[in-house]
Design a protein. Sequence first.
Length: 86
Amino acid sequence: MSNEQKNRTTVEIYGQRYVILSKESSSHVQQVAALVNDKMREISAKNPFLDVTKLAVLTAVNAVNDYINLKEQLERLREELNKEKD
């Protein structure tokens, strides 16, 4: 394990409290938790009959989809920048 200090932050996501240990700042962890909470509530509003497990999985799928899209966009921008340099 790393000797780097980890911060302990308590967050609330979809009505449940979680203690998160992270190298990130408390404000960063709070921001992440708020985004997860917002996405869960957004998905739940569209389908209020989902159980919490399915809701959490759909939230994770949405988050990973957003991540992959941003990663691909970043790669395209890097390629464009490299073309302009040449």
